[in-house]
Design a protein around this ligand. Sequence first.
Ligand code: 3H9
Length: 694
Amino acid sequence: MSAVTLKREGEIGLFLVNNPPVNALSHGVREGLQDCLTEALEDDAIKAIVIACEGRTFIAGADIREFGQPPKEPHLTDVIESIEAATKPVIAAIHGTALGGGLEVALACHFRLAVPSAKVGLPEVKLGLLPGAGGTQRLPRLAGVETALQMIVSGEPLPAPKAHEAGIVDEVAEAEDPVAAGIEFARKVVSENREIRRLSGLPPVVTDPAVFDQFEKAIAHRARGFLAPFHCIKAVRAAAELPFSEGIERERELFVELLLSPQAAAQQHVFFAERQVARVPGLPKDTPTREINTAGIIGAGTMGGGIAMCFANAGIPVTIVEAKQDALDRGIETIRSNYARTVDKGRLSREQMEQRMGLITPSLKMEDLSSVDIVIEAVFEAMDIKKDVFGRLDEICKEGAILATNTSTLDVNEIASATKRPQDVMGMHFFSPANVMKLLENVRGDRTADDVVATVMALSKKIGKVGVLVGVCDGFVGNRMLAPRGREAAFLVEEGALPQQVDKVLYDFGFPMGPFAMADLAGLDVGYRIRKAREATRDPNLRDSTWLDKIVEMDRLGQKTGAGVYRYEDGRTPIPDPEIEQLIVAHSKEIGMERRDISDEEILERCLYAMINEGAKILEEGIAARSLDIDIVWIYGYGFPVYRGGPMFYADQVGLDKVLAGIEKYRRRFGDDFWTPSPLLERLVKEGKGFGSL
Ligand code: 3H9
């Protein structure tokens, strides 16, 4: 069946696009639009044309899956030109989301009508691109430079009424049926003999050139490292400065530069990975899920409170249990003040805040969790305490309730063994602050039932998280890979680098902050406690770095004490501290390490290759099912730059042979202890493949 059909509704020619799921502009759609146009223009009985779509949305953009394949005619730009050049009025009838190339098709039409719930936008920037089919030239001519910049650089869509106000759609229909409204509108155009308006025929928009510089400045921090937002600004600038035909050429040049960039490949990888991650290999799509209408949280500390907010935000009533009244009161007060801050920022109404607070029930009795559908335990990170809690939950909770632990390191199987229902037990590792961070590592135990996995994965989305399924191991995916990065960062400092040099290299790579600034933010005592707890079982022959412990022993615990690796005058901005530099130099001397100049390249390689090697081991052990799962963990949990696609995608882009050669180089220098390459990495290099091929 053709992807576009032409129907005759009296004197109106109706083009109906049908290319599920989102009517993307695949080759068949482009060809279908072109063919229908030729036929409709030749048919004297047709006086006007309506372009509308079947299914859930108007055209949602170019077909991303076709990028990277040899382009096939007709090109989208040609189709768009033909639509605009049509000698009969063409009307776009929009429902769902007219995005990217979809909105560009609509902008080529002579009139645009949208149903009330529709949205229009140019989200290409999120894929590392810019609107490459005339959007950067037509939208500013229609809606002005400011609106166009706002939409194109942010990629955020506008709801139909706002789009109407901005002049992007001519009319918002009264009802939700785009076909009926489109035909009615077209009949009006014909009967009133309305003049065809071609946006390419409008003169360039005159604007103060300072707008572009100001816009660039305004996004500098947010868009640091990204190429696309700045290219978008350049393209819109061309609309203001050049005649249409030259502006289109400039748009094309900039578009092609982006299309061929590693950033666009990385951002498109992330787009698909975000969707793939919810699909668990081996778990059939129709796996039943359990109903989650109520939740319980144990522990009203920072973590428990944040998790409770996630449920309340999703409209799910949640009971939060603490052992002592004062801790419970403090926890509830913290939740209230977190919400109040959001209200102050204007992102939540007071009424919504009260509604959410109303969904949170404080309690001192675990028995109050007897009827909830899911419990998440967020108590102190100690196995005996967790097992005790789970033993009690086993007695209290109703049959079929899901029992989840928020542990970040402990063995979920051992925790499950404290119950007679290990099939109902799972890990849900939230990241701090739990109400803000999007990542949720969902940990499947050896005996966790499939329907529990399916329920928790679906629930993740419902509470605004990106859930990634992982297996049981020390640190799961994220923290397990963070450990070798932290180890190398600490070694580099005792070998000759300073913390600020290491941090700058990783910041410039695109992380929001370097490992030492991050450690100061999290609290140096956290790592200290873990290192001390492991001291007894540590192999004394393994190299270890202790200079960070010395800082903790000076009561410098990081931001919260005003000093850690760095000093803090305003409580947030790290300032290199000569006292710590002295401490580091003395430490190197004490351990007999002759300090040397360390290149930025060595810092980057050692920090990242150590992580990637660990990631490869994680894949080999099946702790993560696919490399894309690891990428998503790092993007959402640790701020790995989206434009690099995650650590495993980045490794593929660097080339696994180069990564392996780097690991071998450090193995020769530092020995086998930390630099034994993962056999999977070696195999992939031998086969000339990447992690993405698995
Ligand atoms: C562009 O237009 C460039 C032009 O300017 C210039 C060209 C010269 N292509 O998100 P969902 C798939 S760039 C191919 O779960 P929702 C998606 O992968 C494009 N496939 O649904 C998923 O597949 P699967 C600019 C696409 O209802 C399925 O559709 N446009 C595309 O939550 C369902 O998606 C965009 O950036 C596509 N364009 O949300 C829009 N879009 O089932 C990107 C989606 O196998 N898309 N798929 O996993 C979106 O923002 C959302 O998909 C949308 C629907 C809001 C449309």
